[in-house]
Design a protein around this ligand. Structure first.
Ligand SMILES: NC(=O)c1ccc[n+]([C@@H]2O[C@H](COP(=O)([O-])OP(=O)(O)OC[C@H]3O[C@@H](n4cnc5c(N)ncnc54)[C@H](O)[C@@H]3O)[C@@H](O)[C@H]2O)c1
Ligand SMILES: CC(C)[C@H](C(=O)O)[C@@H](O)C(=O)O
Ligand SMILES: [Mg+2]
Length: 359
C-alpha cells in the first residue's frame, strides 16, 4: 500500500459502535504489522445523527465520506427512531449514503468456515463445498421508486414503485460477470420474471450482457425457488446476482449457511475506487449494550476493504487467516456457540483476532 489511506468511520447505532470498535483494533494492528498509517475520522450517522444533528446523514458526514478512500460502517436504526417521519428514520440515511456515493453494487460473500458447520442450520453434508457471493443491486428498484399514500374508498392505500432501467441492470450484471470470471465461473441471476415487468427487463438484459462472457455459465432462477435452493443445494451456487430487495432477503438467508448473520461481511462499490464496508446485519437492538455481539462480520469487512479498495491482498489475507485460526481454536461468540456458557464477548473476540494476526 503506497500512500496513506483515509478511512471514514461511522459507528451508527445499537451494536454498530461495539463491532466497529473491534474493527478499529484490527486497523491499528495492521498499522503495526505493516508499518503503515491510516488516517481515520469518525462521523455521526443514523439515529445518533438524528439525535445530535436533526438528520440521519449530516452534510459533513457525507463530505467526509466523499473525501475518503473507504468508509467503515457499523449499523443504523432501532426502536428509538421507528416512529419518526419516514424522511427522519436512520434507514433513510443508509439509502441516502449509498445513492449519493453511487454505490450500486453490494458484494456479500457467504464464507463457510469448516469448524462452524456445527453452528449452521444445515447438515454438514448439504453444506459441503458451499462458497457463494450475493451481488446485490443497491441503488435502484423498489427501495428508490416513488412512494406515497392516498385515500381510497377502502381506506388508505400505500404505493411503492419498483423501477429499473437497462443501464442500472447492465452495470451490476457486468460486475457480477467479472466477479464470477475470477471464481468458479457460474452466475445465477435471480428474478421474478414470471410476474414482474422489471424482472423481464432484468432477464433480457442479463442474457444480453452475459453473451459477452461465454466462459461464464449462466442460470436463471426465480426468487422463490432460489430461496428454497439455497437451503437444498447451497454448494451449487457461485455468484448470485439480483435486484435490491431480493438481494437483501437472500443475503440474510445465506448468512444462516455460515452459522450467523454476525459472520457476513459486505462491500458496496460504485464506478470509482471508493467503497463502503459494513456487516450485513443491523443494529440488533435486542443485544445492544451487552457486549455480546459478534464482531467478525465487521472485521471481515475490513479485509474486503483492504482487498477491494486498497488492492492489498496480503493484509486482507492476514485478517481472514486470523479469524480462521481463532475459530479453529474453538473460540465463539454466543451467536455461533453450541455451548453458549463458554461464549466470549465482543471485545474478547476482537482481541483474540488481533493477537492471531501475523504476516
Ligand atoms: N446496514 C444496516 O445498518 C442495517 C441492516 C439491517 C437492519 N438494520 C436496522 O437494524 C434494526 C434492527 O433490525 P433487525 O432486528 O431486523 O435485524 P438485525 O440484523 O439487527 O438483527 C437480527 C437478529 O440477529 C441478531 N444479530 C444481528 N447482528 C448480530 C451480531 N453481530 N452478533 C450476534 N447477533 C446478531 C440480532 O440480535 C437479532 O436477533 C432495524 O432498525 C433495522 O432497520 C440496519
Ligand atoms: C436497514 C435496511 C434499509 C438495509 C437494506 O434493506 O438495505 C439492511 O437490511 C441491509 O441489508 O443493509
Ligand atoms: Mg438487510
Amino acid at each position: 500500500m503506497a500512500e496513506t489511506k483515509r478511512i471514514a468511520i461511522l459507528g451508527g447505532d445499537g451494536i454498530g459502535p461495539e463491532v466497529v470498535a473491534e474493527a478499529e483494533k484490527v486497523l491499528k494492528k495492521t498499522e503495526e504489522l505493516f508499518g503503515v498509517q491510516f488516517e481515520t475520522e469518525h462521523a455521526l450517522f443514523g439515529g445518533v445523527a438524528i439525535d445530535q444533528k436533526g438528520t440521519p446523514l449530516p452534510e459533513e458526514t457525507l463530505e467526509l465520506c466523499k473525501s475518503a478512500d473507504a468508509v467503515l460502517l457499523g449499523a443504523v436504526g432501532g426502536p428509538k427512531w421507528d416512529n419518526n417521519p419516514k424522511e427522519l428514520r436512520p434507514e433513510t440515511g443508509l439509502l441516502g449514503i449509498r445513492k449519493q456515493l453511487g454505490l450500486f453494487s453490494n458484494i456479500r460473500p457467504a464464507v463457510i468456515f469448516d469448524c462452524l458447520k456445527e453452528a449452521s442450520t444445515l447438515k454438514p453434508e448439504v453444506l459441503e463445498g458451499t462458497d457463494l457471493i450475493v451481488v446485490r443491486e443497491l441503488t435502484g428498484g423498489i427501495y428508490f421508486g416513488e412512494k406515497f399514500r392516498r385515500d381510497t374508498e377502502n381506506g388508505q392505500e400505500a404505493v411503492d414503485t419498483c423501477a429499473y432501467n437497462e443501464k442500472e441492470v447492465e452495470r451490476i450484471v457486468r460486475q457480477a460477470c467479472e466477479v464470477a470470471r475470477k471464481r468458479r465461473k457460474k452466475l445465477t441471476s435471480v428474478d421474478k420474471a414470471n410476474v414482474l415487468e422489471t424482472s423481464r427487463l432484468w432477464r433480457e438484459t442479463v442474457n444480453r450482457i452475459a453473451a459477452d462472457y461465454q466462459d461464464v455459465e449462466l442460470e436463471h432462477v426465480l426468487v422463490d425457488n432460489c430461496a428454497m435452493q439455497l437451503l437444498r443445494r447451497p454448494a451449487s451456487f457461485d455468484v448470485i446476482v439480483t435486484e435490491n430487495m431480493f438481494g437483501d432477503i437472500l443475503s440474510d438467508e445465506a448468512a444462516m449457511l455460515t452459522g450467523s448473520i454476525g459472520m457476513l461481511a459486505s462491500a458496496s462499490l460504485g464506478e470509482g475506487s471508493l467503497g463502503l464496508y459494513e456487516p450485513v446485519h443491523g443494529s440488533a437492538p435486542d443485544i445492544a449494550g451487552q457486549g455480546v455481539a459478534n464482531p467478525i462480520a465487521t472485521i471481515l469487512s475490513v479485509a474486503l476493504m483492504y482487498k477491494l479498495s486498497f488492492n492489498w491482498q496480503e493484509a486482507g489475507d492476514v485478517i481472514e487467516n486470523a479469524v480462521k485460526k481463532v475459530l479453529d481454536a474453538g473460540h465463539r461468540t454466543a451467536d455461533i456457540a453450541v455451548d453458549k456458557s463458554k461464549a466470549v464477548g465482543t471485545s474478547k473476540m476482537g482481541d483474540l483476532i488481533v493477537e492471531a494476526m501475523v504476516r
